[in-house]
Write a protein that binds this ligand. Structure first.
Ligand SMILES: [Zn+2]
Length: 792
């Protein structure tokens, strides 16, 4: 079937150089002039491949469509990590063109005067609602963007009654290719190796940031996120349409969401089934519907963490849905196309009720009236005190909140709450605001949901204060103090005194400053508490200090035991995409943000070339990276034969015996370290999906300098070490029944009080069981990495 269509396409190449996408599948998409060296043809991650639309063709085709239609606006909004353009296409009927600004400001009335906005909706039935559709955030799930391209063409050019009805009632905003790097490289991730559909609480990547901007700008009523591939999750149910199974995050106004989302899902399913006869694959012939997790299951596909795009959009009042097509082929494209069309028809028929309930979400926030929540679930406010010497972490948090449409204010004088006095300049997040749910999901501690469900799909705890490392004190008391609204904080560091200067071991930016100075050739020393010292002149370091955001002060003396540091070369083992994850990427980004020079080395490169020229080797990823028994899908990224493992092991062993530093992070690498013969400790692991925030008792000097005995950590597939012999125990999980603070970890009691960080007694091998560099999110724990690298 595919072959036949490809031939048809070839015959008509000459006629098609400026033709847009085929409408409604009258003909297959026809693409030419693709340089095979420029884009990966086919995917390493899926066995099914078809002639999907190549990224390099999209820009000019969108421009052609824009020329032909007075309904279309094409924009490039920012660039991907690798520098590819991020296309946004807005389609609205011609009477609405030129009025987007006005419509966006009307939308903002929803959370400024929600009652008025609801009245306005009642009296102005011809209003239009924005619907946002996100294309292929996972690069290999090609069908999403392909369906979007066909929808763009249809709504740009067609005049049938259905098209007109939809455009009379909706504005369509297409984020055409959310992950260009992934599409070009035919991988799941962006150019930094980050799974963008896990990045919406952290927003570390340019693609995610742009999408957040777009969501904030429009506050879409519906958000559809296109994915693949899910088939046969239930008998004859093909593809997947959310809403999800429990547990639902308690920070949602879930009742308002679900009232419409479940019906909208069924409408999408009906739209797919209506044209069932047009699908060609066998899978589709016996299709009886889609798998809707909430309807068809009791657990396993949850919407708990705000890391996924539609779940994040739900905090902006959107009816969010993930759509997983069954297959990576033209049937999969059709499935997406018809699902999205079903949603558009549903919103056209129900916009009045749906928008009223979207506004109700904001109204509940503003009125601090949450009828489905227990009293006290939402605090009255969060108080964010500022560390004057190192405000960088709080600054990052405040800017992040503002970037997410959360209002932050600053006290103009000192005030007292719950018996504690806070200084002038303290930040406040008052919780009587429209997007209170989003504020709370970012600032709360989370909860232990181990008993709520057998397993979670992904992370179950993410507290920004705990994992970024800033203070956010919730209070049930109304805080009455005069405040001013905060806009973006532009931070600038300063230097005072004549030196020597102390850079406290207090944040990622502090370590970055020390590394920056080292790379500039400035001598830096470090003491057992992890603080840095320099005797350089103030004017020699002032530019770097300004850029850091820190307030660097003089100190009377440099402690005599402080040791001189050198600029170090760090290698990290690269995961190309094992099990659809680049498991090393979080730690790689953490090391970069700490200011280290980091080089990614693949397992094969280490086997072939060794580690000479590097001071430190970091293994942070799955143990499959050194496996010789890989599935077909993973073979590309690992050893090609058993002798490569032997070479790898010999080279790493030689590196360590020559004084090289070896650091393992997480469960997979800890187990790999044992396989490599670099530790005798017993590795104990929790379930593969177990994750969360734990109480940790750190030694507090050397590798754990800056952390203390009643502190926190984060685990994912937890690992702890026993039979550690004479190894140095650097940190243990707290020896109390409540050591697990938040997240999902069943049967965790065996880990209570056990070692989670150890250093081998006779070689420079450090095992960090905590996720010190998880997905660019655990800033608070990053310094465990820098400590381990610097400590001699
Ligand atoms: Zn996906």
């Amino acid at each position: 079937m595919k072959k036949k269509k490809a031939v048809a396409g070839l015959l008509t190449i000459g006629l098609l150089t400026s033709a847009p996408w085929s409408v409604g599948f009258a003909e297959p998409p026809k693409w030419t002039n693709v340089n095979a060296y420029e884009e990966q043809n086919g995917s390493l991650f899926n066995s099914e491949n078809y002639n999907y639309v190549k990224f390099s063709q999209i820009g000019s085709k969108l421009a052609d469509i824009q020329k032909q239609s007075n309904r279309v606006k094409v924009e490039v909004r920012g660039k991907s990590a690798d520098g590819h353009p991020l296309y946004v296409v807005t389609i609205a009927d011609p009477t609405t063109q030129g009025k987007f600004g006005k419509i966006k400001s009307l939308r903002k009335q929803m959370f400024k005067n929600p009652g008025k906005a609801q009245d306005w909706i009642k009296n102005n039935p011809d209003f239009k609602v924005p619907i946002m559709i996100n294309g292929s955030i996972h690069g290999t799930e090609f069908v999403g963007s392909d369906a979007i391209l066909q929808l763009i063409e249809r709504f740009a050019t067609q005049n049938d009654q259905e098209t007109k009805n939809i455009l009379e009632n909706n504005i369509l905003i297409f984020n055409v290719v959310q992950n260009p790097d992934g599409r070009v490289n035919a991988t799941r991730f962006n150019g930094e190796g980050i799974d963008l559909n896990r990045d919406f609480i952290t927003q570390s990547q340019p693609e995610t940031k742009e999408t957040v901007e777009l969501i904030k700008e429009w506050n879409p009523m519906v958000f559809l996120d296109t994915h693949g591939y899910v088939k046969n999750y239930a008998v004859n149910r093909q593809g997947l349409i959310e809403p999800c199974t429990p547990p639902h995050n308690p920070n949602y106004e879930y009742d308002l969401y679900n009232k419409w989302a479940i019906e909208q899902a069924k409408a999408m399913e009906a739209s797919i089934m209506k044209e069932k006869f047009k699908f060609t694959g066998n899978l589709y012939q016996s299709m009886e519907g889609a798998y809707i997790p909430q309807r068809n299951d009791s657990a396993g596909w949850d919407d708990y963490p705000p890391i996924f795009t539609p779940m994040y959009a739900m905090y902006h009042g959107a009816y969010g849905h993930t759509l997983e097509a069954p297959t990576n082929d033209l049937d999969g494209v059709r499935w997406q196309y018809n699902a999205i069309l079903g949603a558009l028809k549903f919103t056209t028929e129900n916009k009045q009720g749906m928008i009223t309930d979207q506004i109700e979400v904001f109204k509940r926030g503003i009125n601090f009236n949450h009828p489905t929540h227990k009293d006290g679930f939402f605090p009255k406010a969060y108080i964010l005190p500022v560390d004057e010497k190192d405000p960088t972490v709080t600054n990052k948090a405040v800017n992040h909140l503002i970037n997410n449409d959360i209002e932050v204010v600053q006290a103009t004088k000192a005030f007292t709450v719950d018996g504690k006095t806070y200084a002038k300049g303290t930040y406040l997040v008052q919780m009587d605001q429209a997007k209170a749910g989003l504020a709370n999901t970012m600032l709360w501690d989370g909860e232990d949901i181990s008993d709520d469900t057998p397993a979670m799909y992904d992370i179950s705890a993410w507290s920004l204060p705990e994992l970024w490392g800033f203070e956010a004190v919730p209070t049930q008391t109304s805080v009455a103090v005069t405040t001013t609204k905060v806009n973006q904080i532009t931070e600038q560091g300063s230097i005072s005194g004549m030196g020597p200067f102390i850079i406290p071991n207090s944040s990622v930016k502090a370590v970055n400053l020390a590394n920056t100075l080292l790379q500039q050739g400035v001598p830096v020393k470090r003491d057992a508490e992890g603080n840095f010292y320099t005797e350089a002149a103030a004017n020699q370091i002032s530019a770097a200090v300004k850029a850091s955001g820190l307030q660097v002060e003089s100190t009377a003396t440099v402690p005599p035991k402080a040791e001189a540091l050198s600029s170090l070369k760090v290698a990290i083992l690269k995961d190309g995409g094992m099990g659809k994850v680049q498991s090393h990427s979080g730690t790689k980004l953490a090391l970069k943000r700490l200011g280290f020079e980091v080089t990614e080395v693949t397992p094969v490169e280490v086997a072939e070339k060794g580690l000479s020229g590097f001071d430190t080797f970091v293994y942070s990823g799955t143990e499959s990276l050194i496996s010789t028994n890989l599935s077909v899908a993973n073979q590309e990224f690992g050893f090609q034969n058993a002798s490569q493992f032997d070479l790898f092991k010999a080279n790493v062993t030689e590196f360590v015996s020559n004084g090289g530093k070896y650091i393992a992070v997480g469960a997979g690498s800890s187990r790999a370290t044992k396989t490599l013969g670099l530790t005798d400790d017993t590795m104990n692991t929790g379930g593969s999906n177990s994750n969360g925030i734990v109480k940790v008792n750190y030694e507090g000097t050397g590798i754990t300098a800056g952390y203390d005995q009643d502190d926190l950590g984060f685990v994912y597939r937890p690992v702890w070490y026993t039979e550690t012999g004479n190894d140095e125990i650097l940190a243990t999980l707290a020896d109390s029944d409540d050591f697990f603070v938040a997240g999902h970890w069943r049967n965790s009691s065996g880990a209570k009080g056990q070692a989670v960080m150890v250093k081998e007694q006779d070689k420079d091998v450090t095992l960090i069981g905590l996720e010190a560099g998880f997905r660019d999110h655990t800033d608070y724990l990053f310094r465990l990495l820098s400590n381990a690298i610097f400590e001699k």
